[in-house]
Design a protein around this ligand. Structure first.
Ligand code: MRU
Length: 345
């Protein structure tokens, strides 16, 4: 990739500010955990795996800079930062998964001491980043077989290098197929209200010279009807045991459209996106963001003053609409719970 979404810089974290893309390629220099938390909250960095990496780095940063030599005081302060990270965004389970990994390292303080634990926390955060890139390449290798020469591939939101530590999940599949010499066309929903498709996915794919056409969210059905779409690839923010999948708002409608037109609908995600504590999608917390994202466009009102608006950031696609889930261990099909267990073993 020609850019890095997030980087550990020793005593600061460098984050590509996605709010400014594609007009400006600028970076945030986060020197403390609060500025990392703020970057996640305001979506300067977004995408389930990427916010997991950011949260881990925020914790590592706070730990590294902590002045406590007393293990209990150090633990208390670092646990507070873990909680601060958990409170940034509620839906993507990767964030909680990454915080949990950091918490397990923190729990070693009584045995390792403060200084050694600080080093281990930094190492763990860097490892989470590295593993994510590795996992995405594995996902790409499994998924690329599904794309054929001449296909039309539809994706939603951004599940690319920008949404991960690098390479991407749904876009990772596209990069892997393209890299092997297959030639096809990508369509991307603009993805109202934050326009991750129009701004971010289009920008990423153009960098790699992959042909992409942006459509508005309400055009997908018509394109399918015209026979332009052969498969749909989307990312995921949290997958329940039965395969129900939370992803960017609009994903559910796309899954219904795909079923109606007999087009395979694939979810692409690392195993860490499964939330095994949830039997079904009913328990997935759905973030609701400021309604101004709907009533305003780049700061300018587009609706009558005082009108009500609703702004859920994600929806849940029932497992019955999902052809398979493409993971780093291979493709998982119905029944998802049983097949997930089998593939993990
Ligand atoms: O609100 P966002 O931009 O963080 O939502 C991102 C998505 O919904 C992605 O599809 C998902 O996180 C998967 S990213 C590999």
């Amino acid at each position: 990739m020609k850019f890095k979404t997030i980087e550990w810089k020793g005593d600061w974290v460098k984050i590509l500010d996605q709010r400014k893309l594609p007009q400006e390629v600028t970076y945030l220099g986060c020197r403390d955990a609060s500025s990392v938390a703020q970057a996640i909250r305001t979506m300067a960095i977004r995408g389930a795996p990427a916010i997991g990496v950011a949260a881990a780095m925020g914790i590592a940063l706070a730990a590294k800079k902590a002045r406590f030599s007393n293990p209990r005081a150090f633990t208390r302060a670092t646990e507070k930062v873990c909680q601060q990270m958990r409170e940034t965004r509620p839906t993507a389970v990767n964030l909680f998964w990454a915080v949990e990994r950091m918490k397990k390292i923190l729990d070693q303080v009584p045995v390792c001491g403060v200084e050694e634990t600080k080093k281990r926390l930094v190492k763990e955060a860097i490892q989470i980043l590295g593993e994510d890139i590795e996992v995405n390449h594995k996902i790409g290798a499994y998924g690329k077989k599904l794309i054929k020469n001449g296909d039309g591939v539809l994706t939603h939101c951004n599940a690319g290098a920008l949404a991960t530590a690098g390479y991407g999940t749904a876009l990772g599949v596209i990069y892997a197929a393209w890299g092997e010499g297959k030639r096809f066309h990508v369509f991307v929903d603009e993805t109202r209200p934050q326009l991750q498709g129009a701004r971010l996915t289009a920008w990423e794919l153009l960098q790699e010279k992959i042909p992409v056409t942006v459509i508005t969210d309400n055009m997908a059905g018509w394109l399918m009807k015209k026979g332009e779409i052969n498969l749909v690839l989307v990312g995921a923010d949290r997958i329940a045991r039965n395969g129900d999948t939370a992803n960017k708002i609009g994903t559910y409608s796309l899954a219904i459209l795909s079923r109606y037109h007999s087009i395979p609908f694939y979810v692409v995600a690392p195993i860490s996106t499964f939330d095994l504590s949830l039997a079904s999608g009913r328990g997935i917390p759905i973030e609701e963001r400021d309604v101004k994202e709907v009533t305003h466009f780049r700061g300018n009102p587009i609706t009558p003053k005082g009108v009500k608006a609703f702004n859920p950031a994600f929806d849940v696609t029932p497992h019955s609409l999902i052809h398979s889930i493409i993971t780093e261990k291979g493709l998982i099909r119905e029944p998802f719970e049983r097949n997930l267990k089998r593939i993990k073993a």
